[in-house]
Structures are given as structure tokens and as C-alpha cells.
Ligand binder design. Structure first.
Ligand code: PEP
Ligand code: MN
Length: 364
């Protein structure tokens, strides 16, 4: 568990980035700039929605070559028109030093480093070097794989190049299990990032997490419940005909409905009644956690004794039948108490792994 040895990042609070910022920092716009008309129509649809910046992708990192890979430099001229006509700051993804140069030339207000670039230290370093000496506003999307260190490492590279307006965007993680989401949210990773770097502004990108428009509300609300500073959401004037990520984009009208439905939470509530009750509940939780740990300690003690017994009788540490019995019976007990089978399984997987480790240690 890292903590005190992390590089200290004294970043600029989002409220001092010089961008419009209501009670939620909002970035919205199409996945990709496609044509000047599409870009301007989308921007006009979003005008007056309180955006902190209007987003659009100019160079698209597509999984397969031959898919639409973005309009490139030409789109930056269209983006200037968006800014002039709609009065909104604008932001795009950068992946190479040339992209950074183009942004400086065209006065792009915000840039972000994409999920496929963040994990590459060479690429991030070359971007940091290209931004050195500027005061660019940069968001770093999480790496596509669930690797917190690579994410933090990218922030450190930018910080070391002198950048201070640095934030992060949680856009979900690639996972072998594709059940509900396109990219699994793994909330505990950004929560750990926030523990280690509490001052870093953090946005959530529910569009890429969900992959489908109808899931976006619940993920966006969850992000606000977890005190994210803001949201980045893909909005397109005609989602079904978008040239990339068509299933996850909202129309400007749907975006406004979404914003009306969302509730912004705050960490500190002044009500005395709330404070008193939450204190009581926290004391109960603290005491239950202590009991949990004591029970786990006792369980491991017994497990070690079982390890000795197995060793003396030349019996293998892993007993697949017994493990299966545990999985089934614990899930049944859990479900009587309204605990999800999947949660109980994950919990006992961890406990079982540690039990095996303890018995193996005994094997010397
Ligand atoms: C995007 O924002 O359009 C994008 C490509 O995002 P990501 O890097 O998160 O995939
Ligand atoms: Mn996209």
C-alpha cells in the first residue's frame, strides 16, 4: 500500500483553471469530429448547457485499421468556429507531440491523454516534453488496463514537466468479462487514486464505461455520489449515424434531460441530526470491522492447525471438494442475509487464497 512515498502533486484546483464551472464540471461533445456541419450542429445543441468545455476527437485510436480514424488537423479549424460562435472552451485528445503543437497553434483550451496512450511511458513522456513550459490544461484518462501505477506515473511525468492544471478521467477498464458495461468501472481504482492524490480533479466518462446510452444515468449518478468533480459525456447531433461510438452517444436533448435528473452530493452536510446519526453508525461499523478482523484471525489460526495436520498425513493443501462445498454453502448463507452470491464468492476466494498461503508457509 503506497502512500507517503508518492511524489507530492500540488496541482491547481479545478475552480482555478479559468473554465466555466457550475456545481459540476461538464465536458460534452461528439466522440469524433466528422464534418464541420455535424460539429457545429452538436455544439449549437449544447450551447447554454453550462459546459466547462466542448469535446471532440480529431485523431481516433481505433482498434482495427481501416475504421474511421478521425479528420485530423482540418477539424481544429471547425473547432475554432465552435468556440467563436458558441462561446464555449474546446478540448480534444492528444496522442503525439505534433497533436500538442497543433493544439497550441489553434488555441485549444483543454487536452486529454487517451486510455490507449496513458499506459505507454514513452508516449506520455513525449507529450509532457511537448507541453513543457506551457500552462496547458490536461486530463489523463485511466490506462485501458486496471493499472493504477501507470495512471499515477503519467501524472508524475506531466507534473515533472512543470504542468499544474492536471486532472484525471475515469473511463472504465478493459476486462475479460463483458457483462453489462463496455469497460468495467472498477470504482476501487479511482477511489485509491483519490486516497493517494486527494487534490487531483477527477471526472467520470460514463459514455465509455457504459458503451450504451441507456446505462449512462446510473453510472453518472454513481460518480457524483462518489464525489467526482465532473463528467465527460459523448453527445452527437445524430447518434445512430455517428462514425464512431454510435451506441453510447446522447443527443443534446437527452443530455439536458440527463443533467436535470442527476443529483449532486456533497461530502459535508451541516445538519446536526445527520452528523450525530452518521457518527453513531460509524461507531457501529468500526466495531463490526474489528470483530470481522478478529474472526478472520481466529479462522487463520485454525487453518494453520489444519495445515499441520495435512502435512503430518501427507495430504495436499488444496482440497477441491472441500473448496466447492465452501463456495456453495457460503453463497447459500449469504443469500439468506440478502448478500449477493458474486460478492460472497469474491470474498471467500480471497480468504481461501490467504488460507492456502498460510498453509504453504507452514510447509516451509
Ligand atoms: C474518446 O474520448 O473518444 C476516447 C477515445 O476515449 P478513450 O481514450 O477513453 O477510449
Ligand atoms: Mn468515443
Amino acid at each position: 500500500m503506497k502512500g507517503t512515498e508518492d511524489m507530492e502533486l500540488n496541482v491547481t484546483p479545478l475552480s482555478e483553471w479559468g473554465l466555466p464551472d457550475g456545481n459540476v464540471f461538464l465536458a460534452a461533445g461528439p466522440c469524433s469530429a466528422e464534418t464541420e456541419e455535424q460539429l457545429l450542429a452538436t455544439a449549437r445543441g449544447l450551447k447554454g448547457s453550462g459546459l466547462s468545455f466542448f469535446r471532440a476527437g480529431m485523431w481516433k485510436p481505433r482498434t482495427h485499421p481501416g475504421s474511421f480514424e478521425g479528420v485530423g488537423l482540418e477539424g481544429l479549424e471547425w473547432l475554432e468556429r465552435v468556440r467563436d460562435e458558441c462561446g464555449m472552451p474546446v478540448g480534444i485528445e492528444v496522442a503525439t507531440p505534433e497533436h500538442v503543437e497543433a493544439c497550441l497553434k489553434h488555441g485549444v483550451d483543454v487536452v486529454w491523454i487517451g486510455a490507449r496512450t496513458t499506459p505507454n511511458p514513452f508516449a506520455v513522456q513525449s507529450l509532457a516534453d511537448a507541453m513543457r513550459g506551457t500552462d496547458m490544461r490536461v486530463f489523463v484518462k485511466n490506462p485501458i488496463s486496471p493499472d493504477l501505477e501507470l495512471w499515477i506515473g503519467a501524472l508524475e511525468r506531466l507534473y515533472s514537466a512543470g504542468l499544474r492544471k492536471i486532472g484525471v478521467i475515469h473511463r472504465g477498464f478493459s476486462s475479460s468479462k463483458k457483462v453489462l458495461y463496455r469497460f468495467a468501472p472498477h470504482w476501487k481504482i479511482p477511489i485509491e487514486l483519490k486516497r493517494r492524490l486527494p487534490d487531483i480533479p477527477i471526472l467520470c466518462d460514463p459514455s465509455h464505461i457504459c458503451g450504451k446510452a441507456d446505462l449512462i444515468f446510473s453510472v453518472a449518478q454513481e460518480a457524483l455520489d462518489l464525489l467526482y468533480d465532473g463528467l465527460m459525456i459523448e453527445v452527437h447531433v445524430d447518434p445512430p449515424n455517428a462514425w464512431s461510438d454510435s451506441r453510447q452517444q446522447l443527443t443534446p436533448d437527452q443530455f439536458r434531460v440527463l443533467m436535470d435528473r442527476l443529483t449532486v452530493k456533497s461530502e459535508l452536510i451541516k445538519s446536526e441530526e445527520y452528523q450525530a446519526r452518521i457518527r453513531e453508525l460509524r461507531i457501529e461499523v468500526d466495531s463490526l470491522d474489528k470483530q470481522l478482523i478478529e474472526v478472520l484471525g481466529k479462522r487463520m489460526e485454525i487453518v494453520r492447525e489444519m495445515g499441520d495436520l495435512k502435512r503430518r498425513n501427507n495430504i495436499s493443501t488444496l482440497q477441491p471438494h472441500r473448496w466447492n462445498e465452501i463456495v456453495v454453502s457460503r453463497a447459500a448463507t449469504g443469500s439468506e442475509l440478502g448478500l449477493a452470491a458474486e460478492f460472497i464468492f469474491r470474498l471467500f476466494e480471497e480468504i481461501h487464497e490467504e488460507a492456502i498461503r498460510q498453509q504453504e508457509v507452514g510447509n516451509g
